[in-house]
Ligand binder design. Structure first.
Ligand SMILES: [Zn+2]
Length: 349
């Protein structure tokens, strides 16, 4: 039996040899054999550890601790090497499967649809004014879509929005995102600032300015002492931001919506003719962008908000109209025809 010092020297020599073997190893199969060589039943380390019992208590502890330390060092070294060799195999497989000689000229990366780009532009702008984004169901009940917005069952204003009814007078694809006004006011107390973007559906014949499905954004502000000048100044600033043009004129024309009083149509100067009149603006010099107004007191009462304390304004429109004005496009249907010659003009690089 070797004395303690000689035995410890031999274990050190064994460790040094193991490290040389592992460093030289270039193959996972060889690494497995190295593992068996140093940790197998007949390995030097295993045999040494089985003989520790023959030493006295003090030597037993010293030899045992040193053997365990060496075992740990060799095991860690093997794990490190295993990781390196596995990565090498993986990289080799990738290199084998990729043909680096192939041309990359014809890869079409694609881009975000212009309507989505404009919706992002609109939501970013309103978020910067402290609006939060409200989203909700596209299939609505008649109450959320019409009745709560001051349009009873036989209200003539319903004719302004030809509706696809699923069950007569009950379930319908929403005709506007104004239903989100009601959903928000029922669950949130004022002050409220929301923007509800989304898809809406109307039973309309497709022509150059109409489609059975289109996108809308709906804004709602409810607070104490909100008034028409707030609405006008706010929308003027927001629209100029969206058009990135602070010279564009915005005008408010008196109009009628059952859920706002007073109500307005909001127009912008026709960029194409600079207000002189052309076929895009029907020789008016102005292009209609959206509708809005002060929230009707009855709408507030319908959602248990006291109109004597709170007022607010609401507005809504379509991103297509803003795109038409901003980019001087003459036909809304281009946005839905997926003609790449058209869509590529909006590609963001
Ligand atoms: Zn014009």
């Amino acid at each position: 039996m070797l004395d303690r010092k000689k035995l410890i020297n031999q274990i050190s020599t064994e460790r040094d040899q193991a490290i040389i073997d592992i460093d030289d190893c270039k193959d996972l199969e060889v690494l497995k054999k190295i593992h068996s060589k140093y940790f197998g039943k007949d390995s030097y380390l295993s045999k040494t550890i089985s003989q520790i019992k023959n030493y006295d208590k003090k030597d037993k502890i010293e030899i045992g601790q040193f053997s365990n330390k060496v075992k740990g060092e060799i095991q860690n070294k093997i794990k490190e090497k295993e990781l390196i060799l596995k990565n090498r195999v993986f990289l080799h497989e990738i290199e084998r499967d990729i043909d680096v000689t192939l041309s990359t000229n014809n890869i079409n990366i694609g881009s975000i649809h212009p309507i989505s780009q404009m919706m992002d532009n609109i939501t970013d702008n309103f978020k910067s004014f402290g609006f939060s984004i409200a989203s909700g169901p596209e299939i609505e009940t008649d109450w959320f879509c019409f009745q709560a917005l001051n349009m009873d069952i036989h209200h003539p204003a319903r004719d302004m929005q030809d509706t696809f009814y699923i069950e007569e007078n009950h379930i319908l694809p929403r005709t506007h995102t104004s239903s989100m006004q009601i959903r928000t006011m029922l669950k949130q107390k004022p002050p409220i600032r929301i923007l509800a973007p989304g898809k809406v559906y109307r039973n309309e014949n497709a022509d150059s300015r109409h489609s059975f499905m289109f996108y809308q954004y709906e804004g709602l502000v409810i607070d104490k002492s909100t008034n028409v000048s707030d609405l006008k100044s706010f929308l003027t600033i927001a629209l100029r931001n969206i058009f990135e043009n602070d010279k564009i004129e915005i005008r408010f024309r008196h109009s009628y919506f059952p859920y706002t009083e007073p109500s307005f149509e909001v127009d912008a100067t026709c960029i194409l003719c600079q207000g002189k009149g052309c076929n895009v603006c029907s020789n008016k010099g102005w292009i209609e962008l959206l509708g809005g107004g002060m929230v009707h007191p009855q709408v507030l009462r319908n959602v248990n908000i006291d109109p004597e304390i709170y007022q607010g304004f609401a507005f809504g429109g379509g991103p297509e109209r803003l795109l038409i004005v901003k980019n001087m496009i003459q036909d809304t249907r281009y946005f839905f025809e997926n003609d790449l010659r058209f869509l590529n003009q909006f590609k963001q690089i």
